[in-house]
Design a protein around this ligand. Structure first.
Ligand SMILES: Cc1ncc(COP(=O)(O)O)c(C=O)c1O
Length: 376
C-alpha cells in the first residue's frame, strides 16, 4: 500500500450477517453465499472463505472465471455459476466440479459435439417472470428434461428461479412468480427421477419469507450487511452489520481566500476565507465525479466535497485546520457520525449494490477480523 486510500472489509460482520439470517431460516434450509462480481466488490476469495467458515454451504458466482479463481484458491465447496457459460467450457466446469446453469436446448445440442470425461452437473434455471434467462413454459421444460435424460454428459442436481420484485412494497408479482414456480416444479418432479435441490430466494425473499425458501437461499447483498431496498430495511426483520467502509487521509491542507476557486472548471468558488483539504481518491478509483457536493467525515463531522472530483484526487471544505495525515471516512462510521452506503447510493441515484462494485481494484481491501487487520 503506497497510497493513503483503502477499503476496510469487516469479516466479522460477514459472520454476523450469516448468523442473523440462519436464525430466521428453518433448520433444513441452507445458504448459498453469492460472491459474484468480486463478492460485490468486497474481495472474492477472502469473502468466500469467511462465508463458508461462517456456515454457508455453497457459493454462487456469475461467470466461470470467478468459479475458477475459487478453485485455484483451493476452495472445494460446491460452486454454482448463475449466468450463461458457453457449452464448449462444460469440460472445464466438469473437471473442476463446477455446476453450470442450463436452460436452452441449443446448449445441450452443442454440448453433444464435445467429449466429456465426466458428466457436468447442472441446475436448470426457470424463468418465472424476470425475462432474463431461463425456461418459461412447461413444454420447454419437458423437452429439456427428456433431452438431458438421454445425455450421459449431464446430471441435473438442482433447479431454481429468481424473483424480480421480492424487495418491493407491492408483492403481487412476487406471488405470481411463486405460483408459476410451483407449476413448473410440479412438472419437473413428475417427469424427472433426479433428486435435486431447489433454491429460489435472494436476500429480499429470504429476509421476508424465510419459511418458503425450499432447500437453499442465495444470499447476496444482505451478507454484506446491506438491505435490498428501503422497504425491506424498514421492516427491520433482521439486524445486519455493514461489511465495507472506505477510508483515506488528508494529504494537503491549505487556506484559500474569498473568491478563489477549487478544481477543474472553477465550479466551486469560496464565499469566504476557508480551509480546503485534498484527499487522494478520484473517479480513477471508481469514486464518481457525480459525488461533488456529497459529504465525507473528518473528526467525526461532515465536510462537503467541493469542486470537481478529479481522476486521482478531490478536495473538501474543512471547518478548521487539520494536520495532514488526518483520517477521512467516505463510507462508514467515524466518532458518532455515519455515512452509509445507502446515502452514497441515493446521492448517485442508484442502489447500494452498485457502490462497492464501483470502487475498483486500485483501492486496496484491508481485511479486519477479530480486531486484526490484514491486506489481501
Ligand atoms: C440469480 C441470482 N441469485 C441471487 C442473487 C443475489 O441477490 P441479492 O444480492 O439481492 O441477495 C443474484 C444477484 O443479483 C442473482 O442474480
Amino acid at each position: 500500500m503506497y497510497r493513503e486510500t483503502w477499503a476496510e472489509i469487516n469479516l466479522d460482520a460477514i459472520k454476523y450477517n450469516i448468523t442473523q439470517i440462519k436464525e430466521k431460516l428453518p433448520q433444513e434450509t441452507g445458504i448459498i453465499a453469492v460472491v459474484k462480481a468480486n463478492a460485490y466488490g468486497h474481495g472474492l476469495v477472502p469473502i468466500a472463505k469467511k462465508a463458508l467458515e461462517s456456515g454457508a454451504n455453497a457459493l454462487a458466482v456469475a461467470i466461470l472465471e470467478e468459479a475458477m479463481i475459487l478453485r485455484e484458491a483451493s476452495i472445494t465447496a460446491p460452486i454454482l455459476v448463475l449466468g450463461f457459460v458457453p457449452a464448449k467450457y462444460a469440460l472445464l466446469a466438469a473437471e473442476n466440479n463446477i455446476t453450470l446453469t442450463v436452460f436452452q436446448r441449443d446448449w445441450l445440442e452443442e454440448l453433444g459435439e464435445y467429449q466429456l470425461v465426466k458428466p457436468v452437473n447442472i441446475h436448470i434455471k426457470l424463468d418465472t417472470g424476470m425475462n432474463r434467462i431461463g425456461v418459461q413454459s412447461k413444454d420447454e421444460l419437458l423437452n429439456l428434461i427428456r433431452e438431458i435424460a438421454n445425455n450421459k454428459n449431464i446430471r441435473i442436481t438442482g433447479i431454481f428461479t429468481h424473483f424480480a420484485t421480492a424487495d418491493a412494497k407491492e408483492l403481487d408479482f412476487y406471488y405470481e412468480q411463486t405460483e408459476r414456480l410451483e407449476e413448473l416444479l410440479y412438472v419437473f418432479k413428475k417427469q424427472s427421477k433426479e433428486e435435486v435441490i431447489v433454491h429460489v430466494g435472494n436476500s429480499a425473499a429470504s429476509l421476508r419469507f424465510p419459511e418458503s425458501m425450499h432447500n437453499y437461499i442465495r444470499f447476496g447483498i444482505s451478507m454484506y450487511g446491506l438491505y435490498p431496498s428501503k422497504d425491506v430495511r424498514q421492516e427491520n426483520s433482521v439486524d445486519l452489520k455493514p461489511v465495507f467502509s472506505l477510508h483515506s487521509r488528508l494529504i494537503h491542507v491549505k487556506r484559500i481566500t474569498k473568491g478563489e476557486s477549487v478544481s477543474y472548471g472553477r465550479t466551486y468558488v469560496a464565499e469566504k476565507d476557508e480551509w480546503i483539504g485534498t484527499i487522494p481518491i478520484g473517479y480513477g478509483d471508481g469514486w464518481s465525479r457525480k459525488l461533488q457536493g456529497m459529504s465525507v467525515l473528518v473528526n467525526g463531522r461532515r465536510m462537503p466535497i467541493v469542486g470537481r472530483v478529479c481522476m486521482d484526487q478531490m478536495m473538501i471544505r474543512l471547518d478548521e485546520a487539520y494536520e495532514t495525515g488526518t483520517e477521512v471516512v467516505l463510507i462508514g462510521e467515524q466518532g458518532n457520525t455515519v455515512i452509509e452506503m445507502d446515502e452514497v447510493a441515493e446521492y448517485l441515484d442508484t442502489i447500494n449494490y452498485e457502490i462497492p462494485c464501483m470502487i475498483n481494484e486500485r483501492v486496496p481491501r484491508i481485511y479486519v477480523e477479530s480486531g486484526k487487520k490484514q491486506s489481501d
